[in-house]
Design a protein around this ligand. Structure first.
Ligand code: NAD
Ligand code: UDP
Length: 314
């Protein structure tokens, strides 16, 4: 197949490029390089099945493809809050442009949605199933991302109902691994970089808020499996149910890096969700998919990657 990946030069997008090329497909990687980097796909430039396209997903495009994975969108709070108007435009107009393309050429379209659609979940809904409508602040500093992704899901469902576009929606929970941006402000990259540099580890609040961390290889398996499963129209959670407090993550990173960094506490950002854990029953039942890599295992290659990046000074 010929497959378009928007946001293909980012962290997850570049792993997806590797996977799809490895499976023998032709890949068009579209990116505006806001948070993605050419170095993430540099090793693919000589591959005749790979094409890199500098393009902003908010601008219309015409491409003849069989499948579209729409990943274009800054993902870390620091990056998506940098230009919030552009963030929501990217989600909404990016979805419209991908769905319009899918409609025109009959391509199946996949949306990289997020657990952020659940907002700060009600404690009685834990773990979060796909049926939960969420608890999202529509006017806060995270809204440009959360509401943008929610509107994108609406567009996906409406293009399916109104125009018969074949869609897939993955709700991704916090995912980490090599090729994350060292300065994107996300918790895994922050803690590892701080530990490797012997700087204080910045735990926001008491560190009792939880997240469930999925290693990138597991996630990409889930993506490809969902995309190629017939007739799965609604959203599906893809994530690792292993749930940790942010303090536990800090302790794991310190232990694995052997760092002498100490933990300090900083103010908790506005609207920071208190807990997050995917209910992956649907993915297990429909796709036969579940993650296989524990946080302890996945941190190893991730730390090795950041160690290399920092020692190269890049
Ligand atoms: P990332 O920032 O590394 O990748 C996003 C990519 O999109 C970058 O390459 C960036 O340059 C590109 N991009 C941004 N705006 C664009 C635009 N207007 N036009 C074209 N390209 C644009 O982040 P990631 O972690 O790889 O996330 C990929 C997707 O997965 C995002 O849509 C994100 O919302 C979603 N997601 C990720 C996580 C996670 O934990 N990593 C969790 C939930 C959802
Ligand atoms: N966090 C932290 N220290 C940091 C970065 C993040 O304590 O240096 C916390 C943040 O407040 C949140 C969690 O880690 O509770 C996950 O943050 P991240 O930005 O990675 O993703 P989110 O799930 O909030 O989108």
């Amino acid at each position: 197949m010929r497959i378009l990946i928007t946001g293909g030069a980012g962290f997850l997008g570049s792993h997806l490029c590797d996977r799809l090329l490895g499976d023998g497909h032709e890949v068009i990687c579209m990116d505006n390089f806001f948070t993605g980097r050419k170095r993430n796909v540099l090793h693919l430039m000589e591959n005749p099945l790979f094409e890199l396209m500098r393009h902003d997903v908010t601008d219309p495009f015409k491409l003849e493809v069989d499948q579209i994975y729409n990943l274009a969108c800054p993902a870390s709070p620091v990056h998506y809050q940098y230009n919030p108007i552009k963030t929501i435009k990217t989600s909404v107009m990016g979805a419209i442009n991908c769905l319009g393309s899918g409609k025109r050429v009959g391509a199946r379209v996949f949306q990289a949605s997020t657990s952020e659609v659940y907002g700060d979940p009600d404690p009685s809904v834990h773990p979060q199933p796909e049926s939960y409508w969420g608890n999202v602040n529509p006017i806060g500093i995270r809204s440009c991302y959360d509401e943008g992704k929610r509107a994108a899901e609406t567009l996906f469902m409406d293009y399916h109902r109104q125009n018969g576009v074949d869609i897939r929606i993955a709700r991704i929970f916090n995912t980490y691994g090599p090729r994350m941006c060292p300065d994107d402000g996300r918790v895994v990259s922050n803690f590892i970089v701080q530990a490797l540099q012997g700087k204080d580890i910045t735990v926001y609040g008491e560190g009792q808020q939880t997240r469930s961390f999925c290693y990138c290889d597991d996630l990409i398996d889930g993506f490809v499996s969902l995309m190629n499963q017939e007739a799965v129209i609604g959203p599906m959670n893809i994530g690792n149910p292993g749930e940790f407090t942010i303090l536990e993550l800090a302790q794991k990173v310190i232990a694995q890096t052997g760092s002498h960094s100490k933990i300090i506490h900083e103010a908790l950002p506005q609207d920071d969700p208190k807990q997050r854990q995917p209910d992956i029953n649907q993915a297990q039942k429909v796709l036969g998919w579940e993650p296989t890599i524990t946080l302890d295992e996945g941190l190893k290659p991730t730390i090795a990657y950041f160690d290399k990046v920092l020692s190269e000074g890049s």
